[in-house]
Write a new protein. Structure first.
Ligand code: DAH
Length: 339
């Protein structure tokens, strides 16, 4: 029986030596240490031994079992390392391979300029106000001192949703909201979309962007307006930029003006950007009309203020030398990625 056990051990160790995968080892474990192993079978014959022989053979069987288990562990360890090395070899990564180019997104030029404007006015102590794009006729016209038969109210110019509800045609509507919701001093700008019933061409679009500004306090004068806009123009177009005011008419301001900046390309001599003028018109402005103040609950005897409004597309187009407004809305990345 001893020889039988020794033979089992020798066979097991030989097979373990030859095994080359974890799966094979598992099969050997079942074969040699499981319930149906030759070792278990051999021990079933213990009954035929003498009482003196039994403990000796029992001990021997146990130590063979332990030896096989130990050899199994050692083989497992060796094969595990081999398999890991194989796996690492197979999964080797070549870090010198050039990476795939990933296209990077950019801000739309309109967003870029709008954010630049916001930064400039935030730096002067303004805050940013927003207003609804769907407005009532009151906020778009009446509260802005625009008479009932003013041409701007016509359906030719403004998109009406109902008799009284419309798509705002100017960001000046936000002035009224700002005055209704806040007590002076008020210092806000309000960039956003506006809508006009215009046919699309190189300089018109039924939707475009404006930025409104409003300052209300005691003792505000036209020189405050001029100082604010000069600082804005210098920061937006360059330190050498000058501004000029031309008299104009808006229903919601008195006096009113249009404001030009000296051409930032030729410095005022005249070139293709300023069409030989030396100046580029960028906005409308004026002192807030007493009627407008009164209708929004501000006493014009106590307070005064200035307001201005500018088209963002116009500034984007002059700054970047874009001649056709449609390019700004077509979302062609070949165009947009230039800015
Ligand atoms: N709302 C005017 C427009 O769309 C621009 C404007 C002019 C705004 C004068 C103002 C202002 O606040 O005072 O043409």
């Amino acid at each position: 029986m001893k020889e039988q056990l020794e033979a089992i051990k020798a066979q097991a160790l030989k097979e373990l030596e030859a095994a080359s995968s974890a799966a094979e080892l598992e099969q050997l474990r079942v074969n040699y240490l499981g319930k149906k192993s030759p070792l278990t079978a051999a021990l079933k014959n213990m009954g035929s031994l003498t009482p003196e022989e039994r403990p000796i053979v029992g001990q021997m069987a146990n130590s063979i079992k332990a030896e096989i288990a130990e050899a199994l562990d050692a083989a497992k360890e060796k094969i595990g390392q081999l398999e890991l090395a194989n796996k690492l070899e197979k999964e080797k990564i070549d870090v010198t391979l050039p990476s795939k180019k990933c296209a990077c997104g950019k801000l739309h030029p309109l967003t870029k300029i709008q954010r630049e404007m916001e930064e400039i006015f935030l730096g002067m102590g303004f805050s940013i106000a927003e207003g609804p794009e769907v407005e009532t006729e009151y906020y778009n016209f009446t509260a802005l001192n625009t008479p009932e038969f003013h041409p701007a109210r016509d359906v030719q110019d403004t998109f009406y949703i109902t008799d009284k509800v419309l798509l705002r045609s100017q960001t000046s509507t936000t002035q009224v909201h700002a005055m209704e919701e806040n007590k002076p001093p008020i210092r806000v700008i309000s960039p956003g979309r506006v809508y006009r019933s215009d046919a699309v061409d190189a300089t018109h679009s039924p939707m475009f962007h404006q930025c409104e500004g409003l300052v209300i306090d005691k003792g505000i004068t036209m020189s405050d307006l001029k100082g604010t806009l000069l600082l804005f123009a210098k920061q937006m177009f360059g330190e050498k930029t000058e501004i000029r005011f031309r008299p104009h008419h808006f229903p919601f301001t008195e006096p009113s003006c249009e404001v030009d900046v000296s051409c930032f390309v030729c410095g005022g001599k005249g070139c293709s950007v300023c069409k030989g003028e030396g100046w580029i018109e960028i906005l409308g402005a004026g002192m807030v009309h007493p009627n407008v103040l009164r209708m929004s609950g501000i006493d014009p005897e106590e307070y005064s203020g200035f307001a201005f409004g500018m088209g963002i597309e116009r500034i984007v187009m002059t700054k970047f030398g874009i001649s056709d407004m449609r390019l700004l809305y077509e979302n062609d990345v070949r165009f947009l990625s230039q800015f």
